[in-house]
Every structure is written in structure tokens, then in C-alpha cells.
Design a protein around this ligand. Structure first.
Ligand SMILES: Nc1nc2c(ncn2[C@@H]2O[C@H](COP(=O)(O)OP(=O)(O)OP(=O)(O)O)[C@@H](O)[C@H]2O)c(=O)[nH]1
Ligand SMILES: [Mg+2]
Ligand SMILES: [Zn+2]
Length: 345
């Protein structure tokens, strides 16, 4: 029997366990040290390793292989094997097998974007003010289901709403079996109870801009490590303050990933914007009999039914269709040109 490999304390705090270390030591990358991807920006990475924070790029070989397999590209949450390149920059040689992945899909099922990996818990954050059916909730939930990540719903800004019991009840119907937490970063309500769930795992905060994801992490950290910004006074929408995914170990245990609210990436912008503007149509369309319903003449179309019943304006459906078609047209050539072209924009 081989001896049990020992875990460096800093890597353990970042979520490394004996199973994963053993996998690494049995792989072709075994001689290289491990680190976890904490931030990704314009082709470069920040890693957290036993020596602290490192800057890194990809080796030429890995860069070539991810060109054909975009999902193999390292993202925040990944464990990677790296080496020095001579200077102070590091080179990532490979990504360890992932235990879970959150992937965002376009409405038409075409392009997919890998968001984060190796997370056990997803906190889907929504503001209580946003009502009983937070925008994007279904998308976040299905992303978790598909990715093998346990979801919980977190309702923030309890200090600004007395609707908590009604919203919690509505969510219980909408998402049976998904635990719902009510918190206020302002009064501290529920903040500690939520933090108690975080040790010994990696958690990600998902949710629309302005709902209070970064504020919650700052409350857990006890200081303002992350930038937060007031929502727009006119409609309480967020200002897309967080612009990149960001992983770090909490001093009280557990690893947490902050993410930007929706619409952070070019290709997705048009469709995400549409999804927000036409949220009620998107929700209705989930009930159409055919998954690829074009809402033109299909039987079992919920949108056509709603129009017939006078619950939906035909003009609004027409506008949605026209704008969706336009968004698809713009997105397609960009996707063909590949990541390099996208980066240059
Ligand atoms: N009253 C109240 N305000 C809150 C609460 N949580 C967050 N806020 C405020 O909501 C605004 C947006 O919070 P952020 O933490 O920046 O929101 P975010 O989800 O990180 O937004 P993005 O980074 O844009 O995705 C800030 O002004 C916060 O102070 C809360 O529990 N109560
Ligand atoms: Mg934020
Ligand atoms: Zn339909």
C-alpha cells in the first residue's frame, strides 16, 4: 500500500483533499505543484497556491489543446498543475479532473460558457424586493441541477421588505426541496447562520446584479474586501459592480466564489438583456408543449394561448421574436471567429 499523501495546510484551506491529491500524484503531471484558479482576466490567471498568489498563463501545448476543446480551458475553481517559466510568471500545464461544473447555456441551446468548477454549494441570491419570482431563478436552478451542484436560495435585503413569508412560501411552490434563507447584510439577520454552512466546501454566489452578493461576502469577511455599489434609485437595478469571478478562502472556513450579475460577457449580453426584458415570456415559454416551439402555430403553445385569453399582447410577442432573431444573428459570426476575435473587441 502506498502511504497516504499529506496535505499542505494552505492547499487544504483552498479545498484540496486527499482524494484529489492522490489523483494528481498518480497522473503524468505528478511532479508539478498544484494551485487553484482564483481569478481569470483576459487570458491570464491568478492562482492560489501553497506559496500564496501567483500569476500564470497557459503553456503553448495547453493553449493549443483548449483551442479545439474550449471546455478544457481553466476557469475559476479549477485545480491546475503549474511550473515556473524562469521569470516570475507561471505556466499552467493541465487541469485536474473536475467534480462539478456550472455551465451557462444560451436560450437556443447553442453556445455554452463554463462559469466555475469544483463547487459543492450554489447560493442563488435574490433581493426580497424583486418579488415572488426572481428574474433568472429557473436558469440558475437548472444550471445547478445539470452541473451536479446543490442549490439554496438566499433572499437579501430583509430590512427593506415585509414580504419575506409570502416570498418564501411562493418559492417553496416554485422550487420544491430547495432551502430558502432570508438575510439582511444591514441588520445582520441570517448572515451568521448562512456562514455556518460554508466550511469544508466550495460555494458560489449566483444572482442578478445588485442583489447583494459581494455585500454578503464582505459581511462574512468582516471587512470590505470586495467593491459594492448602490443600485439605481429609479428601478433598483444593479450597476454590474463585480466584473470577474473571484475565489478565496474564508478565514472561518470554506472557499467562496463571487460572480458578476448576469450580462458580463459580450456574446451573452444581447440574450441576457432580452431575457430580462421579456422575463414573463421566457417563463411562459417554458410551458410550451414543444421545447423548440417557435410560438407561431404550434399546438400546446402557452404564448399563443395567453394571447387568445387576452393575457398577453401580440405585439409584445412579435417584438420578442424579432429581437431574439437579431441577437442570434449577431452572436453567430462572432462565435465562428472564435475566442481570439472576441477578446479583441
Ligand atoms: N438595505 C440593504 N441593502 C443591501 C443589502 N445587501 C446589499 N445591499 C446593498 O445593495 C447594493 C448592491 O450590493 P452588491 O453587493 O454590490 O450587489 P452584487 O450582487 O454584488 O452586484 P454585482 O456585483 O453588480 O453583481 C449595495 O448598495 C449594498 O449596500 C441588505 O441586506 N440590505
Ligand atoms: Mg458584486
Ligand atoms: Zn410556444
Amino acid at each position: 500500500m502506498s502511504p497516504v499523501p499529506s496535505l499542505e495546510p494552505r492547499l487544504r484551506r483552498l479545498g484540496l483533499d486527499v482524494g484529489r491529491l492522490g489523483e494528481h500524484l498518480a497522473s503524468r503531471l505528478a511532479p508539478l505543484p498544484l494551485a487553484r484558479v482564483s481569478v481569470e482576466h483576459r487570458g491570464g490567471y491568478l492562482l492560489e497556491g501553497s506559496a500564496g498568489q501567483l500569476r500564470a498563463g497557459l503553456t503553448g501545448r495547453l493553449r493549443a489543446s483548449v483551442r479545439g476543446e474550449p471546455m478544457e480551458r481553466p476557469v475559476v475553481g479549477d485545480w491546475v498543475a503549474y511550473s515556473t517559466t524562469g521569470g516570475d510568471a507561471m505556466a499552467i500545464h493541465g487541469v485536474l479532473p473536475r467534480r462539478s461544473s456550472l455551465v451557462r447555456r444560451a436560450a437556443d441551446g447553442g453556445r455554452a460558457q463554463l462559469l466555475v468548477t469544483n463547487v459543492e454549494l450554489a447560493l442563488i441570491v435574490a433581493a426580497l424586493l424583486d418579488g415572488e419570482r426572481p428574474r433568472g431563478l429557473e436558469r440558475y436552478l437548472s444550471m445547478c441541477l445539470e452541473g451536479g451542484v446543490a442549490p439554496r436560495i438566499v433572499l437579501t435585503k430583509a430590512d427593506r421588505s415585509s414580504e419575506a413569508p409570502a416570498v418564501v412560501e411562493a418559492l417553496r411552490q416554485l422550487a420544491p426541496g430547495v432551502p430558502v434563507h432570508v438575510v439582511s447584510a444591514l441588520t445582520g439577520e441570517g448572515v451568521e447562520a448562512l456562514r455556518a454552512l460554508l466550511p469544508d466546501k466550495t460555494s458560489v454566489l449566483l444572482g442578478n446584479s445588485g442583489v447583494g452578493k459581494s455585500t454578503l461576502i464582505n459581511a462574512w469577511l468582516g471587512h470590505s474586501a470586495l467593491e459594492t455599489r448602490a443600485t439605481r434609485a429609479s428601478d433598483d437595478k444593479g450597476r454590474h459592480t463585480t466584473t470577474a469571478r473571484h475565489l478565496f478562502a474564508l478565514p472561518t472556513g470554506g472557499v467562496i466564489i463571487d460572480t458578476p450579475g448576469m450580462r458580463e460577457l459580450g456574446v451573452w449580453r444581447a440574450e441576457e438583456g432580452l431575457a430580462e426584458t421579456f422575463a414573463e415570456l421566457e417563463a411562459l415559454a417554458l410551458g410550451c408543449q414543444f421545447r423548440d416551439c417557435s410560438h407561431t402555430a404550434e399546438p400546446g403553445c402557452r404564448l399563443l394561448l395567453a394571447i387568445a385569453q387576452g393575457a398577453l399582447d401580440a405585439g409584445r410577442l412579435a417584438a420578442w421574436k424579432a429581437l431574439s432573431a437579431e441577437a442570434r444573428q449577431h452572436a453567430a459570426p462572432r462565435a465562428r471567429r472564435g475566442p481570439r476575435a472576441r477578446r479583441q473587441r
